[in-house]
Design a protein around this ligand. Structure first.
Ligand SMILES: Cc1ncc(COP(=O)(O)O)c(C=O)c1O
Length: 420
């Protein structure tokens, strides 16, 4: 971040004010209030297009993992570029389709798909269900039979590979709940031959998130390539090989993996396979394209510690307490004055309600604005109404201006369903 103004995203203008694609964050905070999530449409698009270009040597589709940020305006921007989607619920599926992503470009992942979600996906005609158990394949078959359709299914395999990131976001180890043990995969494909309303068209794996080291991703691609060759030899009409998402953006002190490095790492082991390669990046497309802008309510000192209390809370951005995520925090105004070391905390009644601990910050006064960067992924998407707080507004910066793409919630929104 704070790189040259030629690059889309968050950077300081000549006067030192923090902007998103040239629009001052202070004017967005004034227009939309705080806390507010601000997204750069240009950076979302640039990140998607970098993946698309990096994979251009092979037939491919970038299936954006909508769980990272399912704001309809973000989905519509990606749909307009021809993106596919990876969804994990009926809600995400509906949001993707309503945003203009064709069902034939959507894969449906998740260990716990309900019968209703399966019927919905079968009815739409998805690119693939990423099935996570044998029972799920049977359920997809039953739903397809009832609807007089044939569903396309990829098996999510669990390759038992350590992504070397945070344990809470490792998904490809054999003790995790995800996928089918890769050693049982051949049997599972063979078992599916007797089902007449599913076609086993793909294989998929996703080993975790925030991966900075290309080695585990390349190893996963190698394992999938081996399995794909065995399946092709056995006569399965495979069409897609999906290497999942998980590409890190260099947050929390870990290394960033660029789309180009990533593509080099995963494409090498897949060379020569007659398959369309699917990737499911979420964070790498939207993470750096979003910031949470918040206003300082108080400064105080307790027990020799400095606290900066802001109007955003862990209900708005859960990642620091949940994963120990480290988000850069910048003052929106030009940084001046004597620096301080402080905890940046929210108003919620939990000690875990923090955005940074013992962080070196510029001088900060009551009323100042701060931007919590790299918050575009798993930020608003994980937000809640805890402490009966309204969820923040979301703003999309585009065409040199900004638009509120989700208004701030009101008390009426919070109680509407209780009053029905
Ligand atoms: C199946 C699947 N695909 C893709 C992703 C996206 O991961 P990331 O945002 O780290 O790229 C996830 C994240 O949990 C996932 O579970």
């Amino acid at each position: 971040m704070l790189s040259s103004p030629a690059v889309a995203g968050f950077f300081r203008d000549d006067a030192g004010n923090l902007t998103c694609d040239g629009v001052p964050l202070a004017s967005i905070a004034e227009g939309a209030g705080t806390p507010v999530y601000v997204y750069s449409r240009a950076l979302v698009e640039e990140n998607y297009l970098r993946f698309d270009r990096a994979l251009s040597a092979v037939p491919h589709l970038v299936c954006y993992a909508t769980k990272a940020n399912s704001n309809l305006a973000v989905l519509r921007a990606l749909a307009a570029l021809g993106a596919g989607a990876d969804v994990v619920s009926g809600g995400e599926l509906r949001a993707a389709v309503e945003s203009g992503i064709p069902p034939g470009r959507i894969v449906f992942s998740g260990v716990g798909k309900t019968d209703e979600e399966i019927r919905f996906g079968v009815g739409l005609g998805l690119l693939a269900f990423n099935a996570e158990s044998r029972r799920e394949i049977e359920k997809i078959d039953e739903a397809a039979a009832a609807l007089g359709k044939t569903a396309r299914v990829a098996l999510r395999v669990n390759p038992d590979i350590d992504p070397r990131s945070h344990p809470y976001i490792s998904t490809g180890l054999k003790h995790n709940k995800f996928g089918i043990d890769i050693h049982e995969a051949l049997d599972s494909y063979e078992g599916a031959r007797r089902l007449s309303h599913v076609r086993m068209t793909g294989i998929q794996a996703h080993i975790g998130s925030q991966i900075g080291d290309p080695a585990p991703l390349a190893e996963t691609a190698r394992e999938l390539a081996l399995l794909a060759s065995q399946l092709l030899e056995r006569g399965f009409a495979l069409e897609t090989l999906d290497v999942g998402g998980g590409i890190g953006i260099g947050e929390s002190g870990s290394a960033a993996l660029s789309p180009e490095e990533y593509a080099r790492a995963v494409l090498a082991p897949l060379h020569g396979l007659p398959l369309t390669i699917l990737v499911e990046p979420g964070r790498a497309i939207v993470g750096a394209a979003g910031a949470l802008v918040t206003r300082v309510l108080y400064r105080k000192a307790n027990g020799g510690k400095e606290f900066v209390i802001v109007d955003a809370g862990m209900n708005d951005l859960l990642r620091p307490p949940l994963y120990g995520a480290i988000h850069p925090i910048e003052s929106v105004a030009p940084p001046t004055g004597r620096p301080l070391v402080a905890d940046v905390v929210g108003p919620i009644c939990e000690t875990s309600d923090f955005f940074a601990r013992d962080r070196a910050l510029p001088e900060i006064q009551e009323g100042d604005l701060l931007a919590i960067l790299d918050s575009g992924a798993y930020g608003f998407a994980m937000s809640s109404n805890y402490n009966f707080r309204n969820r923040a507004a979301e703003v999309l910066v585009q065409s040199n201006g900004f638009e509120i793409v989700r208004r701030r919630e009101t008390f009426e929104d919070l109680v509407r369903l209780e009053r029905e």
